[in-house]
Design a protein around this ligand. Structure first.
Ligand code: 13P
Length: 263
Protein backbone atom coordinates (compact mmCIF):
# COMPACT_ATOMS: atom_id res chain seq x y z
CA UNK A 1 0.00 0.00 0.00
CA UNK A 2 1.50 3.32 -1.08
CA UNK A 3 0.83 6.18 1.33
CA UNK A 4 -1.04 9.05 -0.32
CA UNK A 5 0.78 12.38 -0.37
CA UNK A 6 -1.09 15.68 -0.39
CA UNK A 7 1.53 18.35 -0.98
CA UNK A 8 1.01 22.10 -1.24
CA UNK A 9 3.56 24.07 -3.26
CA UNK A 10 3.15 27.69 -2.22
CA UNK A 11 5.57 28.93 -4.89
CA UNK A 12 6.48 32.62 -4.25
CA UNK A 13 3.49 33.39 -2.03
CA UNK A 14 2.68 34.08 1.61
CA UNK A 15 4.54 35.80 4.44
CA UNK A 16 5.53 34.93 8.00
CA UNK A 17 2.20 35.76 9.64
CA UNK A 18 0.20 33.97 6.91
CA UNK A 19 2.45 30.91 7.28
CA UNK A 20 1.99 30.69 11.05
CA UNK A 21 -1.78 31.20 10.67
CA UNK A 22 -2.04 28.51 7.99
CA UNK A 23 -0.08 25.94 9.99
CA UNK A 24 -1.94 26.58 13.23
CA UNK A 25 -5.28 26.57 11.35
CA UNK A 26 -4.45 23.23 9.75
CA UNK A 27 -3.38 21.71 13.08
CA UNK A 28 -6.58 23.01 14.68
CA UNK A 29 -8.56 21.32 11.89
CA UNK A 30 -6.66 18.07 12.50
CA UNK A 31 -7.82 18.23 16.11
CA UNK A 32 -11.56 18.60 15.39
CA UNK A 33 -14.44 16.97 13.46
CA UNK A 34 -13.58 15.68 9.96
CA UNK A 35 -9.97 16.72 10.47
CA UNK A 36 -9.58 14.09 13.19
CA UNK A 37 -10.15 11.41 10.58
CA UNK A 38 -7.37 13.00 8.54
CA UNK A 39 -5.10 13.10 11.59
CA UNK A 40 -5.69 9.36 12.14
CA UNK A 41 -4.85 8.66 8.49
CA UNK A 42 -1.62 10.65 8.83
CA UNK A 43 -0.66 8.97 12.12
CA UNK A 44 -1.25 5.51 10.69
CA UNK A 45 0.91 6.30 7.64
CA UNK A 46 -1.92 6.14 5.08
CA UNK A 47 -1.68 9.83 4.15
CA UNK A 48 1.17 12.31 4.31
CA UNK A 49 0.54 16.07 4.31
CA UNK A 50 3.37 18.27 3.03
CA UNK A 51 3.75 22.03 2.61
CA UNK A 52 6.47 23.69 0.53
CA UNK A 53 6.81 27.36 1.52
CA UNK A 54 9.47 29.68 0.06
CA UNK A 55 12.94 29.35 1.65
CA UNK A 56 12.50 32.35 3.96
CA UNK A 57 9.32 30.86 5.42
CA UNK A 58 10.62 27.36 6.14
CA UNK A 59 11.77 28.30 9.65
CA UNK A 60 8.43 30.03 10.35
CA UNK A 61 6.55 26.94 9.17
CA UNK A 62 8.70 24.57 11.25
CA UNK A 63 8.42 26.67 14.38
CA UNK A 64 4.65 27.10 13.96
CA UNK A 65 4.20 23.31 13.84
CA UNK A 66 3.21 21.71 17.14
CA UNK A 67 2.95 18.15 15.79
CA UNK A 68 4.31 15.83 13.10
CA UNK A 69 1.09 15.86 11.12
CA UNK A 70 2.57 18.28 8.57
CA UNK A 71 5.92 17.78 6.83
CA UNK A 72 7.85 20.65 5.30
CA UNK A 73 9.44 20.67 1.86
CA UNK A 74 11.73 23.12 0.08
CA UNK A 75 10.81 24.22 -3.42
CA UNK A 76 14.34 23.87 -4.78
CA UNK A 77 17.87 23.00 -3.70
CA UNK A 78 21.44 23.36 -4.96
CA UNK A 79 23.58 20.23 -5.32
CA UNK A 80 26.82 21.60 -3.79
CA UNK A 81 27.37 21.35 -0.04
CA UNK A 82 28.68 24.89 0.53
CA UNK A 83 30.82 27.61 -0.96
CA UNK A 84 30.69 30.54 -3.35
CA UNK A 85 27.25 29.97 -4.87
CA UNK A 86 25.46 33.27 -4.29
CA UNK A 87 21.71 32.88 -4.02
CA UNK A 88 21.69 29.12 -3.57
CA UNK A 89 20.66 26.92 -0.61
CA UNK A 90 22.30 23.58 0.26
CA UNK A 91 20.83 20.32 1.48
CA UNK A 92 22.51 20.59 4.88
CA UNK A 93 20.82 23.99 5.30
CA UNK A 94 17.46 22.44 4.44
CA UNK A 95 18.07 19.53 6.81
CA UNK A 96 18.98 21.88 9.63
CA UNK A 97 15.90 24.01 8.92
CA UNK A 98 13.68 20.94 9.31
CA UNK A 99 12.77 19.98 5.73
CA UNK A 100 11.82 16.38 5.07
CA UNK A 101 11.47 16.87 1.30
CA UNK A 102 12.77 19.05 -1.52
CA UNK A 103 10.93 19.60 -4.78
CA UNK A 104 13.36 19.18 -7.68
CA UNK A 105 12.81 20.08 -11.33
CA UNK A 106 9.48 21.84 -10.98
CA UNK A 107 8.39 23.04 -14.42
CA UNK A 108 8.97 26.65 -13.36
CA UNK A 109 12.58 25.72 -12.50
CA UNK A 110 12.94 23.97 -15.86
CA UNK A 111 11.20 26.52 -18.07
CA UNK A 112 11.47 29.89 -16.30
CA UNK A 113 14.94 29.37 -14.82
CA UNK A 114 16.33 27.08 -17.51
CA UNK A 115 17.38 24.15 -15.31
CA UNK A 116 18.59 21.31 -17.53
CA UNK A 117 18.18 17.55 -17.21
CA UNK A 118 21.92 17.31 -16.39
CA UNK A 119 21.59 19.84 -13.57
CA UNK A 120 18.49 18.12 -12.20
CA UNK A 121 20.25 14.76 -12.14
CA UNK A 122 22.95 16.35 -9.93
CA UNK A 123 20.26 17.77 -7.63
CA UNK A 124 18.49 14.42 -7.40
CA UNK A 125 21.69 12.53 -6.56
CA UNK A 126 22.83 15.12 -4.00
CA UNK A 127 19.41 15.02 -2.35
CA UNK A 128 19.50 11.22 -2.13
CA UNK A 129 22.88 11.48 -0.41
CA UNK A 130 21.36 13.76 2.25
CA UNK A 131 18.56 13.16 4.74
CA UNK A 132 16.16 15.21 2.59
CA UNK A 133 13.93 13.21 0.24
CA UNK A 134 13.27 14.31 -3.36
CA UNK A 135 9.94 15.06 -4.99
CA UNK A 136 11.14 14.97 -8.59
CA UNK A 137 8.91 16.72 -11.14
CA UNK A 138 8.43 15.85 -14.79
CA UNK A 139 5.92 16.93 -17.40
CA UNK A 140 5.45 17.97 -21.00
CA UNK A 141 4.68 21.35 -22.58
CA UNK A 142 1.43 21.86 -24.52
CA UNK A 143 3.24 21.68 -27.89
CA UNK A 144 4.89 18.45 -26.84
CA UNK A 145 1.52 16.94 -25.87
CA UNK A 146 -0.11 18.14 -29.08
CA UNK A 147 2.66 16.68 -31.19
CA UNK A 148 2.30 13.29 -29.48
CA UNK A 149 5.64 13.40 -27.67
CA UNK A 150 4.42 13.27 -24.04
CA UNK A 151 5.94 9.81 -23.47
CA UNK A 152 9.18 10.76 -25.15
CA UNK A 153 9.51 13.85 -22.89
CA UNK A 154 8.80 11.86 -19.72
CA UNK A 155 11.27 9.16 -20.78
CA UNK A 156 14.02 11.73 -21.40
CA UNK A 157 13.40 13.63 -18.16
CA UNK A 158 13.32 10.48 -16.04
CA UNK A 159 16.04 8.44 -17.68
CA UNK A 160 18.54 11.27 -17.46
CA UNK A 161 17.72 11.77 -13.78
CA UNK A 162 17.48 8.24 -12.42
CA UNK A 163 20.08 6.39 -14.50
CA UNK A 164 22.45 5.81 -11.54
CA UNK A 165 19.80 4.96 -8.93
CA UNK A 166 19.24 1.50 -7.44
CA UNK A 167 15.86 -0.21 -7.08
CA UNK A 168 15.92 0.16 -3.28
CA UNK A 169 16.63 3.86 -3.44
CA UNK A 170 13.89 4.43 -5.97
CA UNK A 171 11.38 2.44 -3.94
CA UNK A 172 12.19 3.86 -0.52
CA UNK A 173 13.23 7.43 -1.13
CA UNK A 174 11.94 8.91 -4.37
CA UNK A 175 8.59 10.56 -5.10
CA UNK A 176 7.84 11.51 -8.72
CA UNK A 177 5.38 14.28 -9.55
CA UNK A 178 3.80 14.36 -13.01
CA UNK A 179 2.89 17.96 -13.73
CA UNK A 180 1.91 18.65 -17.34
CA UNK A 181 3.05 22.23 -17.91
CA UNK A 182 -0.15 23.15 -19.78
CA UNK A 183 -2.21 22.29 -16.69
CA UNK A 184 -0.20 24.36 -14.20
CA UNK A 185 -1.92 27.53 -13.08
CA UNK A 186 -4.22 27.47 -16.11
CA UNK A 187 -7.37 26.01 -14.58
CA UNK A 188 -7.12 23.35 -17.29
CA UNK A 189 -6.68 20.17 -15.23
CA UNK A 190 -5.62 17.04 -17.09
CA UNK A 191 -8.56 14.67 -17.43
CA UNK A 192 -8.46 11.72 -15.05
CA UNK A 193 -7.67 9.49 -18.02
CA UNK A 194 -4.80 11.68 -19.28
CA UNK A 195 -3.29 12.02 -15.80
CA UNK A 196 -3.60 8.28 -15.22
CA UNK A 197 -2.11 7.43 -18.61
CA UNK A 198 0.99 9.53 -17.87
CA UNK A 199 1.39 8.20 -14.30
CA UNK A 200 0.91 4.63 -15.55
CA UNK A 201 3.58 5.27 -18.16
CA UNK A 202 5.99 6.56 -15.47
CA UNK A 203 5.38 3.40 -13.44
CA UNK A 204 5.99 1.25 -16.52
CA UNK A 205 9.30 3.02 -17.14
CA UNK A 206 10.22 2.44 -13.49
CA UNK A 207 9.25 -1.22 -13.79
CA UNK A 208 11.38 -1.70 -16.93
CA UNK A 209 14.44 -0.22 -15.24
CA UNK A 210 14.04 -1.12 -11.56
CA UNK A 211 11.71 -4.14 -11.52
CA UNK A 212 8.15 -4.72 -10.42
CA UNK A 213 8.67 -4.49 -6.65
CA UNK A 214 10.38 -1.09 -6.83
CA UNK A 215 7.88 0.29 -9.32
CA UNK A 216 4.99 -0.92 -7.15
CA UNK A 217 6.42 1.00 -4.19
CA UNK A 218 7.15 4.22 -6.11
CA UNK A 219 4.84 7.09 -5.23
CA UNK A 220 3.66 9.14 -8.21
CA UNK A 221 1.80 12.43 -7.72
CA UNK A 222 -0.25 14.45 -10.19
CA UNK A 223 -0.10 18.25 -10.22
CA UNK A 224 -1.78 20.93 -12.34
CA UNK A 225 -4.92 22.91 -11.44
CA UNK A 226 -5.93 20.51 -8.67
CA UNK A 227 -8.96 21.73 -6.70
CA UNK A 228 -11.33 20.16 -4.17
CA UNK A 229 -13.75 19.57 -7.10
CA UNK A 230 -11.36 17.34 -9.05
CA UNK A 231 -9.05 15.88 -6.40
CA UNK A 232 -11.18 12.87 -5.46
CA UNK A 233 -11.44 11.46 -8.96
CA UNK A 234 -7.75 12.10 -9.66
CA UNK A 235 -6.84 10.28 -6.45
CA UNK A 236 -9.05 7.35 -7.37
CA UNK A 237 -6.86 6.55 -10.41
CA UNK A 238 -4.80 3.48 -9.71
CA UNK A 239 -1.41 5.00 -10.52
CA UNK A 240 -1.95 8.40 -8.85
CA UNK A 241 -0.69 8.30 -5.26
CA UNK A 242 -1.11 11.91 -4.36
CA UNK A 243 -1.33 15.50 -5.51
CA UNK A 244 1.05 18.44 -5.82
CA UNK A 245 -1.13 21.50 -5.45
CA UNK A 246 -0.27 25.11 -6.27
CA UNK A 247 -3.01 27.74 -6.11
CA UNK A 248 -5.51 25.70 -4.10
CA UNK A 249 -2.92 25.04 -1.39
CA UNK A 250 -2.83 28.73 -0.52
CA UNK A 251 -6.38 28.58 0.76
CA UNK A 252 -6.70 26.62 4.01
CA UNK A 253 -10.29 25.58 3.38
CA UNK A 254 -9.49 24.24 -0.12
CA UNK A 255 -6.38 22.45 1.11
CA UNK A 256 -8.36 20.77 3.93
CA UNK A 257 -11.08 19.74 1.47
CA UNK A 258 -8.46 18.18 -0.80
CA UNK A 259 -6.98 16.27 2.15
CA UNK A 260 -10.50 15.01 2.95
CA UNK A 261 -10.80 13.57 -0.56
CA UNK A 262 -7.70 11.45 0.07
CA UNK A 263 -9.22 9.65 3.06
P1 13P B 1 -1.55 24.85 -9.72
O1 13P B 1 -2.22 23.87 -8.79
O2 13P B 1 -1.70 26.28 -9.30
O3 13P B 1 -1.93 24.60 -11.16
O4 13P B 1 0.04 24.56 -9.64
C1 13P B 1 0.49 23.25 -9.77
C2 13P B 1 1.91 23.20 -9.41
O5 13P B 1 2.75 23.71 -10.12
C3 13P B 1 2.28 22.55 -8.15
O6 13P B 1 3.65 22.34 -8.06
Amino acid sequence: MRAKMIAGNWKMNNGMAATADFISGLEKWFAEGEGQKAARAVKSGRVEVVLAPPFTLIASAVSAKKSDLIQIAAQNVYHKQKGAFTGEVSLSMLEEAGCKYAIIGHSERRHVFGESNEELEKKLIATLESRVLPIFCVGELLDERNSGSMKHVLTTQLESAWRSLTSDILADMVVIAYEPVWAIGTGQTASDADAEEACDYIRTLACDKFGIAASDSLRILYGGSVKPENSRSLLSQSNIDGLLIGGASLDLDSFEKIIETSL
